[in-house]
Design a protein around this ligand. Structure first.
Ligand SMILES: NC(=O)c1ccc[n+]([C@@H]2O[C@H](COP(=O)([O-])OP(=O)(O)OC[C@H]3O[C@@H](n4cnc5c(N)ncnc54)[C@H](OP(=O)(O)O)[C@@H]3O)[C@@H](O)[C@H]2O)c1
Length: 340
């Protein structure tokens, strides 16, 4: 049995700066009916990710924005509840991109079947999904850490950062995390096994980071920008590599004081032969199968650990996303939307 109405959250208005609850609207729509070649999906879990802030704005980006009044975009784990598609049967669990809603139609493209026996299905949104793959591909392709080198990553308690540090250690490198507050710092060190961790809220962040990196920084996996970048920058070694993965500190707008720094950065790129390369994980799509194999093995062997922060109910998604942008999440943020 499926419900006859579909609850969904749409973008009500484009936020100025920090998003607020009124920028979202919960609405009901008739439950869609699958046509020939389509499946009806019931969303079980919705992934909340920092990139969603970018999709709420109309400015130029690597992906088109969500239109006002359209359903918010998002990765999901869903169950097939009705199928008119030869490859999918009711009851199957799939990774999909159904957005912030309880039900969605799909023509099957982009769906990936999940085996709930192989791993908890929520991991397909985190350590065994897009964030884990982002860490894997960005670190190994651009960062290329070598044994004995120092790898620094911020947002180190989140799904990307925590995975970057653990893969760095598997490569024999020293992992130094940066996180906000004592609780997250303890998690990074004790739960994820980083060699050192520094609190980015400490007033003497630069000194603490320098003390944690006595041999300088060989790979800086950039997740945040802002004041963390200020502390990292002077510690970069010659030939340091910098995968630029995210700049969450400026997703709600670039702080004014950052505006004049570009010249200084570029001077060092030249003088220190730095490699600074931005990337979007899908550019490395051909590495996905290798990633699934490697990561499943590392998790099985206990070499990669992960934490999930599961929020109950679709209606909680706006507050949870706003909280994510402020660091309120503890691990991979996921919303439980429905029950299988
Ligand atoms: N390029 C790609 O293809 C790709 C794919 C996935 C993710 N990303 C990027 O990777 C980064 C991490 O993503 P995630 O999913 O793992 O997120 P996450 O770590 O779960 O959440 C973001 C974290 O950023 C930290 N943060 C927020 N504002 C900050 C600030 N001003 N200064 C320092 N830290 C701040 C907060 O942690 P603290 O409390 O520790 O500060 C927050 O918990 C994001 O920038 C995201 O956009 C990029």
């Amino acid at each position: 049995m499926v419900d006859r109405m579909n609850r969904r959250i749409v973008l009500a208005a484009r936020p100025e700066g920090r998003p607020k609850p009124a920028d979202f609207r919960l609405e009901q729509a008739p439950l869609p009916v699958p046509g020939e070649g389509q499946v009806l999906l019931k969303v079980l879990y919705l992934s909340l990710d920092p990139y969603m802030r970018g999709r709420m704005s109309a400015g130029p980006s690597y992906a088109p924005p969500v239109e006002v009044d359209a359903v918010m975009e998002g990765g999901t784990v869903a169950q097939v509840v009705a199928s008119r598609h030869p490859d999918f049967a009711p009851g199957e669990i799939v990774l999909s991109h159904s957005g912030w809603q309880e039900h969605a139609l799909s023509d099957g493209s982009g769906l990936r079947k999940l085996d709930p026996q192989a791993a908890p299905v929520t991991t397909a949104l985190g350590v065994l999904g897009m964030p884990g793959f982002t860490a894997y591909s960005g670190l190994l392709t651009i960062g290329r850490p070598k044994a004995g080198e120092t790898v620094v990553v911020a947002a180190a308690s989140g799904p990307v950062g925590a995975t970057v540090g653990q893969i760095a250690r598997i490569q024999g490198a020293r992992a130094v995390g940066i996180a906000g507050g004592a609780e997250k710092c303890a998690m990074v060190k004790e739960e994820f096994g980083f060699d050192a961790v520094v609190d980015h809220r400490a007033p003497d962040l630069a000194e603490r980071l320098a003390a944690a990196c006595p041999n300088g920084i060989d790979v800086y996996f950039e997740n945040v920008g802002g004041h963390v970048w200020d502390a990292v920058f002077p510690l970069l070694n010659t030939f340091a590599r910098i995968p630029v993965c995210g700049l969450i500190a400026q997703y709600n707008g670039i702080p004014e004081r950052q505006g004049d720094r570009l010249g200084l950065v570029m001077d060092a790129v030249l003088k220190k032969s730095l490699t600074i390369r931005g990337f979007i994980q899908r550019e490395f799509a051909d590495q996905r199968e290798a990633f699934y194999r490697a990561m499943a093995g590392w998790i099985r062997e206990g070499r990669v650990k992960y934490r999930e922060d599961i929020v109950e109910g679709l209606e909680q998604a706006p507050e949870a996303l706003i909280g994510l942008l402020e660091g309120k999440n503890r691990g991979k943020l996921i919303v439980r939307v429905g029950q299988a």
